[in-house]
Design a protein around this ligand. Structure first.
Ligand code: NAP
Length: 259
């Protein structure tokens, strides 16, 4: 199990959905939900990794089921949300986290395929997850959704046009959904992680320690973040401790965007 911060949230009796829960930030957040007593719907395209997360939660005394879902596939999302309701009866919290970095290509060189795949997973996937989660939450007249954006949703990054556009889109989409649901006891926020040590970052730096150093230099705290540090913020946004927070983009980046 990844190193978890002590969490004081009591989410027992609640059902939490996490996409991209086989790895990195999603894995740590699924574990944190389990630690807080929620039933966890662990979802990912990667079945082996997703089942690993389920076993980790169960071994720690929590409850979890794996739901295979490809967020690039609208039918897969619809079926998954239906299956969760069949198995668990409700969805109280959703962390729409699955995302890809896409290919590193300039605005000029970006292929339509790279653009489309990145948008389909990072932006359309988040919209379609909410499209099916909100009616389920409306039936229970409560819920909280956190969508995963990035500091790349707040500014440009060279050679990542599709990723940056998708993450800006997540913030606008989240604000719109939050306004639509504001009087319905459903809060919808986004989270903007800085550089977090996950397989995505390993892929981005290609094992090049100089590249990693360059990323660390972006961080005023002179270190990268840990997935559990994002998980804590997601659980806070889902918990009643943030009951007057909606439509917000919570930056968790070690001060990177303060520069
Ligand atoms: P990660 O370790 O690569 O985890 C992403 C997970 O999502 C993987 O298990 C991946 O499966 C899964 N996934 C990919 N495509 C999917 C699809 N179509 N349907 C369902 N699941 C899919 O990445 P991470 O760093 O934890 O990133 C999680 C989120 O945080 C992403 O939205 C990312 O943009 C955002 N974020 C990350 C950072 C960072 O520094 N790490 C910073 C800001 C924002 P496979 O491994 O099989 O592809």
């Amino acid at each position: 199990m990844s190193r978890l911060l002590p969490l004081n949230f009591d989410l027992s009796g609640k059902v939490a959905f996490v996409s991209g829960a086989a790895s990195g930030i999603g894995e740590a957040t699924a574990q944190a939900f389990g630690q807080a007593g929620a039933w966890v719907a662990v979802s990912d395209i990667n079945e082996d990794g997703g089942l690993r997360t389920v076993h980790t939660i169960q071994n720690a005394g929590g409850e979890a089921i794996f739901f295979k879902c490809d967020v690039a596939n609208p039918k897969s999302i619809e079926n998954t949300m239906g299956d969760i309701v069949k198995n668990m009866g409700r969805i109280d919290f959703a962390f729409n986290n699955a995302g890809i970095e896409g290919e590193s290509q300039s605005v000029v060189d970006c292929t339509e395929e790279n653009w489309q795949r990145t948008m389909d997973i990072n932006l359309r996937g988040v919209w379609l997850c909410m499209k099916h989660q909100i009616p389920i939450m409306l039936k229970n007249e409560s819920g909280a959704i956190v969508n995963c954006s990035s500091i790349a949703g707040l500014g440009g990054f060279v050679n990542m046009p599709a990723y940056v556009a998708s993450k800006h889109g997540v913030i606008g989409l989240t604000k719109t959904a939050a306004l639509e649901l504001a009087t319905k006891n459903i809060r919808i926020n986004s989270i903007c992680p800085g550089v977090i040590q996950t397989p995505m970052i390993d892929r981005l730096v290609h094992g090049d320690s100089n590249e990693l150093k360059r990323l660390v230099q972006m961080e005023p705290m002179a270190r990268v973040g840990r997935p559990e540090e994002i998980a804590s913020a997601v659980l806070w946004l889902c918990s009643d401790h943030s009951s007057f927070v909606t439509g917000h983009s919570l930056v968790v980046d070690g001060g990177c965007k303060a520069n």
